[in-house]
Design a protein around this ligand. Structure first.
Ligand code: ZN
Length: 211
């Protein structure tokens, strides 16, 4: 994909985050790795529903601005940490989808294999300890989880997902929020039934095949 197309894709995903109520006001941030040295990231203080391709910022792996007139997202450190730990990852989406964020607020990880589709597309979603947004603390809080997972709840804050491309990172965001919604409904009408060990093993095999 050309850089211009990536810029447009980020704006489209930003609009989706806004339209789906995954963010309010200026919340959330999105980035795509352009190459080994450069990351394209959303600007700070701008609604994800009203971004223009030109407003995006190119930063290097240390967070310095290489191109663009806007100030990059204050969560850039978190995005860069994910890219550093995961060479296979090329896109990161962070937002505050309300139901997944509710799990983050009560600090309840999404570990139970209950909804087969989510388990295959995302896997387990742990909760990283609370840290002050935009600080180095966030990096230390998330680092232990980056290698083994595709999504992470940030305690009392929100959700971050990543993937091989922006489409996958965004779909994982959607899937976790959808799962959280189903969990909330099912807990209201009964006790969610977990899949058994053999059923989970089959799903893990399926996930490996789909990789
Ligand atoms: Zn946030």
């Amino acid at each position: 994909m050309l850089e211009n197309e990536i810029r447009e894709h980020i704006c489209r995903v930003g609009q989706l985050l806004y339209d789906k109520n995954f963010v309010a006001a200026n919340d959330g941030n999105i980035s795509v790795r352009l190459d080994e040295q450069r990351v394209l990231i959303t600007p700070t203080g701008v609604s994800k529903g009203g971004m223009t391709p030109q407003s995006l910022v190119v930063i290097d792996m240390a967070g310095n601005v290489i191109a663009g007139d806007s100030v990059p997202s204050s969560e850039g450190k978190m995005h860069l940490a994910i890219y550093r730990h995961r060479p296979d990852v090329n896109a990161v989406v962070h937002a505050h989808p309300p139901r997944a964020t509710a799990f983050a607020v009560v600090r309840k990880p999404i570990v139970k294999p209950i909804v087969a589709e989510t388990f295959v597309s995302v896997g387990e979603v742990p909760v990283a300890p609370y840290s002050l947004t935009g600080t180095q603390q966030v990096v230390e809080a998330i680092e232990p989880y980056l290698k083994d997972y595709n999504a992470l709840l940030l305690a009392n804050h929100g959700l971050v997902t990543w993937g091989k491309d922006l489409k996958q990172a965004f779909f994982r965001h959607e899937s976790v929020e959808h799962y959280a919604k189903i969990m909330m409904y099912s807990m209201q009408i009964g006790e969610p039934i977990e899949l058994d060990e053999a059923q989970v093993a089959d799903l893990i095999k399926l996930r490996e095949r789909l990789k």
